[in-house]
Ligand binder design. Sequence first.
Ligand code: ADP
Length: 394
Amino acid sequence: MKILVANLGSTSFKYRLFSFSGEAETLLAKGGYERVEDFGAVISDALKNLIDGGHLESMDDLAGVGFKTVLGKDLSGCVLADERTLAALDGFAQIAPAHNPAYAAGIRQFQRLTRAPCVALFETSFYQWMPESAKHYGVPRAWREAGIRRYGFHGASHKFIAERSAELLGRDDVAGRVRQLYVRGPGEEPAQPLRVISCHLGGSSSVAGMRSGVAMGCSFGLSPQSGLPHNNRVGDLDSMAIAVAMKELGISFDEALRQLSKEGGLLGLSGCSNDIRDVVAAMEAGNADAAVAIDVFVHSIRQWIGSFFFEMGGAEALVFTAGIGENQALVRERVCAGLAPLGIELDTGRNAGFRAAEGDLATPASRTRILVIPTNEELVVARETRRLLLSRSS
Ligand code: ADP
């Protein structure tokens, strides 16, 4: 069974083609286009290349197309990308302006060009079962009814971590529960809980707490602008800040939003770069703003880890993933500093040279394992697309 995963940005289209046969999952091909103006043309071109390259026998060889959609109004989960899905994307286009319109347009193009069913895996799916207490802001009822609440994102990545960490910790019962989550729901929690705190630190960053594979909460709230400071996006901000900035800086509302989404985060704090490698290099060269940027980032990560550690009464594993989490030893060391009294003890020697691989960086004495797990969001989209299509045909 061949599944194509389409990753759409406002001007980019990337794809990966997976083949599933029994237990085997194979990445057959990947590719992408930047500065796209005509999505129909590049999608046709990609499909033609996959056929010419021998990866697909014909268009009919494609069993399904999966999309990692961000969020929809009144809709979440892994669903067929039909008119209801397109309406849900439109309904919340304001919250994810770079992605929702692009996904809606991309889904329409694929529907025109192929007969393969299109499936949307919303990034919010993983948070469907989080407790009510983790879903709400202290806003008036009418705001809640308008959909203003915490949703959580990076769902595909944190779900990958939930399943893989359970496998690595020998908890096949939890891994199996995670695998079936969107098909069967969470069902009964295993008698022995598994508490994992997952830190996805990359261009966008988030922390999620997971109990036996089910999310308890996420640092992301209403929009991808929230939570931890991101590469150039703000993260959490007091609701009065925009009004003050408009008055003090003489800028419009739209300009304030633009600045917060393009000139905030690590870039805004450091004043030098949105890439943590440059920020660390600047800090090491004595740049005080760069040092503050790293401090704020680490402080924010620790606040969220602490919140989930406390809420869940501890954690069997703390996981680092994505570009920064997998590669940036300094951030991992700073995040774990001084936590030995809580049973979280990093082997700093092993951590120092560790990158881009799967491993356990905790000392033997540490009660919490400290894992690095390279994430694979596209594989999650492909797997869930396949599961949905198989569950419909059985
Ligand atoms: P995205 O959210 O865009 O998918 P990634 O997960 O690829 O982002 O993470 C991108 C970020 O990870 C970069 O901005 C960079 O700061 C950091 N990063 C990537 N590779 C490395 C590396 N080898 N060493 C340190 N940091 C890295």
